[in-house]
Design a protein around this ligand. Structure first.
Ligand code: F6R
Length: 366
């Protein structure tokens, strides 16, 4: 059932092309500039009245949620908080009127996420679940459910469930922005055109995967990796580091690139691989400065950058390319590069990729 792939993880990385297509199916109209989320139990009036979104998730799903926070605030102008469920449960959160809770859980069974949802529902807060598993426990608890429709994910490391969670968060944020008059239908039309290009753009990255494999093999003996990102790429830096540590058992940390000088830069020394996500966008120049700082400590810079970026090669040691795209959607492409980097690093280190030690696909203990 691995369809010729050596591991489920590699198969599932490739399946992102069709998975994203499925997630989008029936939810967007390019012609009308409309987004349909009929499973969402909120009418336009209720969407207008929302004063806050509270996201609850763990692990990779929390990384998806962090990008969601940026999208809700930047696009829809709605205040958004995000919590790790195992913290939310115990920290006596202050409730606000007009809050929508969004629980993100691929399996729909994560014990801490279920408990956090029960906690927030005890304040009569409407809840929306984003999950991949039809009929999972969360679907019976939340008021509404949006399915990622990624198909079964067997590999313990979440890949296609992550990118499809992101797709739903983009659609929610853009829909809320449209209803609240923050984005015009014309903008939404062009957004839909762009998001529909994503599966094809991911396919282009997959076609170049040997370049990523070669890079992974060259650095596979490193003791420690650092991942840097800013703005929308920050959650992707965290996700890239998590993927690598989960399946390769190598130390990896993700940082907001601006935080580097507040401590982590002390860790850098000669030859440490630093993966810098430097796709074009509002923080591109700042990322270039960070890359220069890192180079000055003799670390190796592996940059993730756009195909048409002619400047980056002057500063980075290795450049892994993604197609040029709308800067809003670049995280969907960068993450595929980092998934492949983690996969090929684990392969070179001869690790049990689909069943990493100490990890379970669904975490039902607290
Ligand atoms: C990472 C991974 C875990 C899960 C986390 C939450 O690859 O799979 O970090 O993301 O255990 O799981 P769900 O999304 O099922 O609640």
């Amino acid at each position: 059932e691995k369809a010729g792939y050596e591991h489920f993880m590699l198969k599932e990385i490739h399946e992102q092309v069709s998975a994203i297509h499925n997630t989008l199916a029936g939810k967007v109209s390019e012609l009308e500039g409309a987004i349909y989320l009929k499973e969402l139990n909120l009418n336009d009036d209720e969407i207008k009245k929302l004063s806050r979104v509270q996201i609850l998730a763990c692990g990779t799903s929390w990384h998806a949620g962090l990008l969601g926070k940026y999208l809700f605030e930047q696009l829809a102008g709605i205040h958004c908080d995000i919590d790790i469920c195992s913290e939310y449960r115990y920290r006596n959160p202050v409730m606000h009127e007009g809050t929508l809770a969004i629980a993100i859980t691929q399996s729909g069974e994560t014990a801490d996420t279920l408990a956090a949802v029960r906690e927030i529902m005890s304040y009569n807060c409407p809840t929306l679940a984003i999950t991949n598993v039809v009929g999972s426990t969360i679907t019976r608890e939340a008021n509404s459910v949006l399915y990622t429709r990624a198909g079964p994910e067997i590999g313990v490391a979440a890949t296609k469930t992550f990118s499809t969670q992101l797709i739903l968060l983009y659609l929610l944020a853009v829909k809320f922005a449209l209803v609240r008059g923050k984005l015009s239908p014309d903008y939404v039309k062009s957004f839909i055109t762009e998001i529909r290009k994503v599966p094809g753009e991911i396919q282009q990255i997959l076609n170049q995967k040997e370049v990523i494999r070669e890079c992974a093999e060259n650095f596979a003996c490193s003791k420690s990796y650092f991942f840097l990102g800013r703005h929308l790429s920050y959650p992707i830096a965290l996700e890239g580091a998590l993927k690598l540590k989960e399946i390769s058992y190598v130390h990896a940390e993700g940082f907001a690139a601006g935080e580097l000088k507040h401590g982590p830069i002390a860790l850098l020394d000669e030859g440490a691989p630093v993966v810098a996500i430097a796709t074009k966008g509002q923080t591109y120049e700042k990322m270039l400065s960070n890359i220069k700082e890192v180079k000055a400590r003799d670390a190796y810079v592996i940059a993730v950058a756009n195909i048409n970026d002619t400047e980056i090669g002057k500063y980075a040691d290795v450049v892994l390319r993604v197609p040029s795209c709308d800067e809003l959607l670049a995280p969907l492409l960068s993450v595929v590069v980092l998934q492949l980097l983690a996969y090929y690093t684990a392969l070179a280190r001869d690790c049990a990729i689909d069943k990493p030690r100490n990890l379970a696909k669904s975490v039902t203990v607290e």
